[in-house]
Design a protein around this ligand. Structure first.
Ligand SMILES: NC(=O)c1ccc[n+]([C@@H]2O[C@H](COP(=O)([O-])OP(=O)(O)OC[C@H]3O[C@@H](n4cnc5c(N)ncnc54)[C@H](O)[C@@H]3O)[C@@H](O)[C@H]2O)c1
Length: 251
């Protein structure tokens, strides 16, 4: 895959799947904008890309704040001239497993980051892509966007919402040169996985065992799928979910 001349935004590019994908885009020739809240980690991603000969910059962005998201797209176009690819990947996890004890604040945090953040990002990215009559967007869903996990009802609901947003937007812009898809990771070795398992080896082994391949995935394995969805190789693919889960949802 050759992304020379392309410009990509990655939200949550400060760590995990987002960082791995930002580095992979740059490795294939794209100029990359790292958007996220954490400056040190964002600049670390930029440095990794620049050390390998790529071009990138970091823009502090809270994807829940409309002004931040607008600035993310405006700055991208100001610095790199256009926007070809967006990977809307930032997400939030962690809630009381008992729905009857959940708080408004948990609902708001998860829905704000996972749903509103993706919607706002698409809103400004699509506005720019419409003016160019082309673009590819990949939103990060999850296996929990297609099957439920009882211990995380809010997170599950938020990822089902990402699926719905993606499909509706994909159809709305299908004739405007903009493709919109999701990637649906199973358990992937990142900070979020550490949080989900409390860093406990037993919990990690349990999660690995839920996947037919008997292991969890690596961020780079998700990045490979995202790059394909973002590329011209996927030119007739829109409104689709590409599951990357070692067989989890096939069960
Ligand atoms: N790791 C897994 O097992 C797994 C499985 C399925 C889906 N996912 C999804 O993958 C995506 C990336 O997660 P990850 O596993 O790389 O974990 P991660 O914790 O490394 O990455 C999440 C990123 O989102 C950023 N973020 C959170 N709230 C934000 C906000 N308001 N504004 C900007 N950035 C914000 C965080 O700072 C972080 O960089 C998430 O959407 C997550 O739901 C992860």
């Amino acid at each position: 895959m050759n992304f020379s001349g392309k410009v990509a935004i990655v939200t949550g590019g400060t760590s995990g799947i987002g960082r791995a994908t930002a580095i992979a885009y740059a490795h294939q020739g794209a100029k990359v904008v790292i958007a996220g809240r954490r400056v040190i980690e964002g600049e670390e991603t930029v440095k990794k890309i620049e050390d390998a000969g790529g071009k990138a910059f970091f823009i502090p962005t809270d994807i829940v704040q409309e002004s931040d998201v607008k600035a993310m797209v405006d700055k991208t176009v100001e610095v790199f001239g256009h926007l070809d690819i967006a990977f809307n990947n930032a997400g939030s996890y962690g809630e009381n497993p008992s729905l009857s004890e959940q708080l408004d604040s948990e609902y708001e945090r998860i829905m704000d980051v996972n749903v509103k953040g993706v919607w706002l990002s698409m809103k400004y990215e699509i506005t720019q892509m419409l003016s160019q009559k082309s673009g590819a967007i990949v939103n990060t869903s999850s296996i929990l966007g297609v099957v439920a996990m009882p211990s995380v009802p809010l997170y599950t609901a938020s990822k089902y919402a990402v699926e719905g947003l993606t499909k509706a937007a994909a159809i709305q812009y299908a004739q405007s040169g903009i493709r919109i898809n999701t990637v649906g990771p199973g358990a992937i070795e990142t900070a979020m996985f550490e949080k989900a398992t409390d860093g406990q080896d037993e919990a990690k082994a349990y999660m690995a065992g839920l996947h037919p391949m008997g292991r969890v995935g690596k961020p780079s394995e998700v990045a490979n799928a995202v790059l394909w969805l973002s590329s011209d190789h996927a030119s007739f693919v829109t409104g689709e979910t590409l599951i990357v889960d070692g067989g989890y949802v096939a069960q």
